[in-house]
Design a protein around this ligand. Structure first.
Ligand code: BGC
Length: 357
């Protein structure tokens, strides 16, 4: 199992003024540590205890800023915005006005466009040894989105081994918003190979089937009798191995939005979990968002060499991206991603860790 070594502060420093990149390390009193960088308001490392009492870094990433800048996979650990996931053809209409985000994923716009929030150097304020807030103001029209949007992402590491992520935003014009975090998890430690033996549970009766370019068809499809049934804990491999048209469309794995049950999107009940028998580490996710994109890293190419010197290849990690639904700006039956002018936007997601022996 991959053990950890925290990245060094000096390896995240870029030359310059207050807009330079940095590494911030949060600690709690149970030995958990989280490293973050203001480049993309990203999670760099999450160091948690395993069943033997050793510490394991369960998030993929790099130990210096240059590797992030030159990475093959752009979204490691990043805050994604203004619109996480896909918008069909990069177009949508708001108040009768058409808007266009330049496509960066086949015909579609993905994760806020080419220069989305993952590429920005955010301002930062360190409040406590266990808390940091990142700030960014996105100018009106940035990447094609309407309104000047001020955003903050607050990371709080609690003594319950939770990382609480609180998103806030405000716009001066009506706009759309969908924020998430793109941490790639491997509960055996980053760089330790495939995650298909992890056991996953998701509190979702339905999921969103997708077309050839990964845009939801619009229907909420029951998970029963399908590879998408995670209502009881199940090994990822048992679903992926099925000859399933949707698994093929997801790139030979899961890359789908699960529609959380009403009771599991109040931010207080567990919405999804993953567990590795090998490490004994369990991750639980709580959220106020209506959906979770469960993504099994199907597009990881193996080109990126991570913190422990190992390459990140297909299905070497998974993501639980809490969010509104893909293409919701064009699909009125989905929960609305509209943010009205001068109204507060808030969203919370918690990643909580346990050990089970
Ligand atoms: C998407 C994948 C995409 C990946 C890129 C995920 O959120 O669902 O389709 O390949 O991001 O990192």
């Amino acid at each position: 199992m991959a053990r950890y070594k925290l990245p060094l502060l000096k390896d995240f420093k870029t030359k310059g003024d207050d807009k330079s990149s940095a590494l911030i390390i949060l600690k709690n009193n149970r030995g958990m540590q989280v490293a973050l960088t203001n480049y993309g308001a990203r999670i760099v490392s999450m160091i948690v205890p395993d069943k033997t009492g050793s510490s394991v870094d369960v998030v993929l990433g790099f130990n210096n800023i240059l590797d992030y800048l030159h990475a093959d996979e752009l979204y490691h650990g990043a805050t994604i915005g203004r619109y996480a996931n896909r918008i069909s053809n990069g177009t949508f209409e708001l108040g009768g006005i058409p808007y266009k985000i330049e496509p960066n994923n086949g015909p579609n716009a993905l994760h806020g466009g080419k220069n989305g929030f993952h590429t920005k150097i955010w301002d930062r304020r360190i409040n406590n040894p266990n808390q940091v807030t990142f700030y960014y103001t996105s100018p009106d029209g940035e990447e094609g989105f309407p309104g000047t949007l001020t955003v903050s992402v607050d990371y709080l590491l609690t003594d319950e081994n939770e990382l609480q992520i609180n998103y806030r935003a405000n716009s001066d014009k009506d706009t759309i918003i969908n924020l998430t975090n793109h941490a790639y998890f491997n509960l055996d430690g980053e760089g330790s190979g495939s995650i298909v033996d992890h056991v996953v549970e998701i509190a979702a009766e339905t999921f969103l089937p997708i077309n050839e370019v990964q845009i939801p068809l619009g229907e909420l499809r029951p998970v029963s009798d399908s590879a998408f049934d995670f209502r009881k804990p199940k090994r990822i491999s048992s679903g992926i191995s099925r000859d399933d048209e949707q698994i093929q469309k997801g790139g030979g794995g899961y890359d789908h939005t699960f529609v959380l049950n009403e009771a599991n999107k109040d931010g207080k009940k567990v919405a999804a979990s993953a567990f590795s028998e090998k490490s004994g580490i369990m991750l639980e996710v709580l959220t106020t968002e209506p959906g979770i994109q469960f993504y099994t890293g199907n597009a990881l190419t193996g080109k990126d060499k991570g913190k422990s010197g190992n390459h990140y290849a297909k299905q070497h990690a998974f993501c639980f991206e809490t969010q509104h639904f893909p293409d919701a700006p064009n699909q009125a039956q989905f929960p609305s991603p509209l943010l009205k002018a001068k109204q507060p936007f808030r969203s919370q997601t918690i990643y909580r860790f346990h050990v089970q022996k």
